[in-house]
Design a protein around this ligand. Sequence first.
Ligand code: T3D
Length: 259
Amino acid sequence: MAILVEKHPGYRQFTLNRPDRLNALTSEMGEALLAALDEAERDPGCRAILLTGVGRGFCAGQDLTEVMPTEAGPPDLGPLLDGYNAVIRKLRALPMPVVCAVNGVAAGAGANLALACDIVLAAKSASFIEAFAKIGLIPDVGGTWTLPRLVGAARARALAILAEPLPAERAAAWGLIWQAVDDDALMPEAQALTARLAQQATVGIALTKRALDAAETNTLDVQLDLERDLQDEAARTPDYAEGVRAFLEKRAPKFTGRR
Ligand code: T3D
């Protein structure tokens, strides 16, 4: 199986599993990942997702053996990218937090797949490479959108044009990712974080994701109205009532994640 699925209490872990190719993506893997995300979304017991990879790489981007130009001409990349784009859209729109544990090199579409997740942890030995320029392509799978928003225009341009590896600790210092952690600590920390998120007020987190994404294109005026409307929705959840009660009673809240 190119994607391993593990069910944990409250969350699912998806692990890219082609270690001999540094988990390079195939169209089939894209479809499998999308199906796994769809299934997780339909499961009311799944309140968070963890994405990682097997072996010494997180994901080396598109499997280049699948898209070799031939004498007959270039491959048709449109359908392939439509498939990966569906994964990126799904990750951004999922009504639950997505943690990515980058266990090793994340290159090309692999880097941008990681950066589409909500909270990215990386092993200190990992690195991020916008490798596209090395093969004459442009950053895709959301990279041209994500990079400047995370690290600013100057760094985004240099990352995209130079295609040099960015070590995890510098990626964290630049704000590309949340944290770089010791290699041995990566999976325990990522799993503990995902388990913790699975106990939080899931609807509130989903609405927060929606507000932050909308803010990328909204004016302040429009965003203020959106915040008011989403806050009204959040305030109608049982988790809001529980959160306030728990605060006043000086105890830990017990959120259900339900509407
Ligand atoms: O169709 C399209 O192109 C559209 C979509 C584009 C999206 C993209 O992602 S484009 C970018 C594609 N990715 C790359 O260009 C990265 C290619 N890989 C690398 O540059 C290097 O492998 C790394 C810098 C990521 C890691 O280097 P290193 O030295 O640690 O490992 P390695 O020896 O290069 O790789 C290990 C094996 O994985 C090796 O196979 P071998 O020699 O042991 O049989 C290598 O060929 C294979 N591998 C690594 N990346 C890919 C791959 N095989 C197929 N496709 C790959 N992307």
